[in-house]
Design a protein around this ligand. Sequence first.
Ligand SMILES: [Zn+2]
Length: 300
Amino acid sequence: MNNASAFIRRDRVTRVLTEDGNFRAAIVNATATALTGQKNHKLDVYSGYFLAQGLAVVAALASFLKGEERISLQFDGNGAIRSMFVESLQVGETRGYIRPADYADKRAIGIPASAGLGTGTLKVSKILYNRYEPVTGIVPMYPESIAQTMAGYLANSEQIPSAVSIDVALGDDGSTVFAGAMITQAMPGANADDIHTVEEAIATMPRLSELARSGTQADEILRLALGRNFKTVGSSPVDFFCRCSVERFKTMLMAAGYDEIQSMRKQKQNELVCQYCNKHYYLSERDFAELLTLLKAQEN
Ligand SMILES: [Zn+2]
């Protein structure tokens, strides 16, 4: 692989901490992840544009977690989309889906650079190692952009001054040619001047997609933003990946009970669809027989 184009060529999230300890940051290229999500869910350009943003930013956020910890974002709005769910594990597995508003002609609306989701709420849930219950927070959405909503959540709910950049670039045919995000966060030692300097640097930087296209590496982009030395503390591949399986569905189906499953079998309702990744599973006669036998045994 050509090193100079490594950032654009491969989906990866990189997390760094500045040597002075005042800032941490994460940058992610999630282009292939977004394309897989769009393809799996058969999304049009419009919906795909938003899902790409969501997948990119949640993968960046997840990089601040540990191991199998995960974070999910549930957006519910009254604008371009009705709802969007995205989730990522620190190890890079990312998935999600979107429910767009039912516009008669989506092409007529177009996609403004800062297109947002209207007003509504963002629910953030984190599954953390040291907590039995998910840690959740609900904040209002900023209608301007997903990036602003995320920065607002981080500043107000987590009390971490953060700058969030999300960039999804579309080709002439409307396909996603780049999806990425960068989050910089001020640590307790950073003073107001430091934070202002970093914010200024980010505001005047070229778009992430332009930097990526010109072959700028993740490290160089972070240096432009942070303006100081840093060390890499984490780096993981990012993929659109879902842990669903027919076995997981069968386990969930057990809760429906004997009669319900018997009725599904009779009506040949054997198709199961994962809402997160849109994978379709089909229960065989053997699957039904196994489920019914197990449920019968539980009843006795
Ligand atoms: Zn799935």
